[in-house]
Ligand binder design. Structure first.
Ligand code: NAP
Length: 223
C-alpha cells in the first residue's frame, strides 16, 4: 500500500486524514506537536515530533526518513492567528507567526521531503490552503490569514513548476468550512466529509492537475 505523511496530524483535519488513510491500509507518517490521538488510530501509524516552524525538527525528520518513498505528502498544519485580527490591530509578531506556519513552513517541509516523494509511485504533494486566500474572491478582515494562504498558493504554484520535472504533482486544496477547532461548531461540513472528499479527488489526480487550486470536492477555485 502507498505511504502518506501528514503534518498537523494531532487533531482536526490532519487527524482525520490519519484515520481515513490508516483505515484504508496506507502506511501513515503522522507528524505533530502532540501525536497522542494519531498514535491511538487503528492501522499502521508511525508518529514523529514536528513543530513545522522548527528547522531542526524538519531536518531530523528528513534524516529519519532518508531513502523511504513517500507517495503523498500532505502539508496540513496551519493557524488562523488572533481572532478578529485585521491590518489595523494585529501585531507584527502575530502577523509574521501566521506567515511562518502557513506560508513558509509548508514549503520548507516540501523541500526537505521532495526526494522521498520523487522516488515514490504516486509522487503527490497536497497543501491545505483556504478559499479565504483567493485574490479573485478576496474579502475584508482576517488579512493576516488571508494573505498567508495567498502566499502559500503563490509558493506552491512556483514549487509545482520546479518539481514537475521530477514527476511530482502538487496541488492546493480548500478543505471546505469544516467543524474543527479552527472552523468552529457552526461550520458547514464535518471532518469526515471534507477528508473523504479530498481523498477521492487525490485518488484521481493526474500530472495535468499540477499547480491547481481545488475545493474539497474537486471544483476549481479561482486564484
Ligand atoms: P485546527 O483544528 O485548528 O488544527 C490545526 C492543526 O495544525 C493542529 O493539528 C495543530 O497542531 C497544527 N499546527 C498548528 N501550528 C503548528 C505548528 N507550529 N507545528 C505543527 N503543527 C501545527 O485546524 P483545522 O481546521 O484542522 O485546519 C487544518 C488546515 O486546514 C489548516 O491549514 C487550515 O488553515 C485549513 N483550513 C481549515 C478550514 C476549516 O474550516 N476548518 C477552512 C479552510 C482551511 P497542535 O495541536 O500542535 O496545535
Amino acid at each position: 500500500m502507498p505511504t502518506v505523511l501528514i503534518t498537523g496530524a494531532g487533531r482536526g483535519l490532519g487527524l482525520e486524514f490519519v484515520r481515513q488513510y490508516a483505515a484504508q491500509g496506507w502506511r501513515v507518517h503522522a507528524c505533530a506537536r502532540r501525536p497522542e490521538k494519531a498514535e491511538a488510530s487503528k492501522g499502521e501509524v508511525l508518529t514523529h515530533p514536528l513543530d513545522v516552524r522548527d528547522a531542526g525538527q524538519i531536518a531530523a525528520l528528513r534524516d529519519a526518513l532518508a531513502g523511504e518513498a513517500i507517495d503523498l505528502l500532505i502539508n496540513n498544519a496551519g493557524i488562523y492567528g488572533p481572532r478578529g485580527a485585521s491590518i489595523a490591530n494585529v501585531s507584527d509578531a502575530d502577523w509574521l507567526e501566521v506567515f511562518h506556519v502557513n506560508s513558509v513552513a509548508p514549503l520548507r517541509v516540501a523541500s526537505a521531503l521532495a526526494e522521498n516523494v520523487a522516488k515514490s509511485g504516486l509522487k503527490l504533494m497536497v497543501f491545505i490552503t483556504s478559499q479565504l486566500g483567493s485574490i479573485a474572491r478576496m474579502g475584508a478582515g482576517v488579512q493576516p490569514y488571508r494573505m498567508s494562504k495567498a502566499a502559500l498558493n503563490a509558493g506552491v504554484r512556483g514549487l509545482s513548476l520546479e518539481l514537475a520535472g521530477r514527476g511530482i504533482t502538487s496541488v492546493v486544496f480548500h478543505p471546505g468550512w469544516v467543524r474543527t477547532d479552527m472552523g468552529g461548531a457552526g461550520a458547514a461540513l464535518d471532518p469526515k466529509t471534507s477528508i473523504a472528499g479530498m481523498r477521492a479527488v487525490i485518488a484521481r489526480l493526474k500530472a495535468s492537475d499540477n499547480g491547481r487550486f481545488l475545493d474539497y470536492d474537486g471544483a476549481e477555485i479561482p486564484w
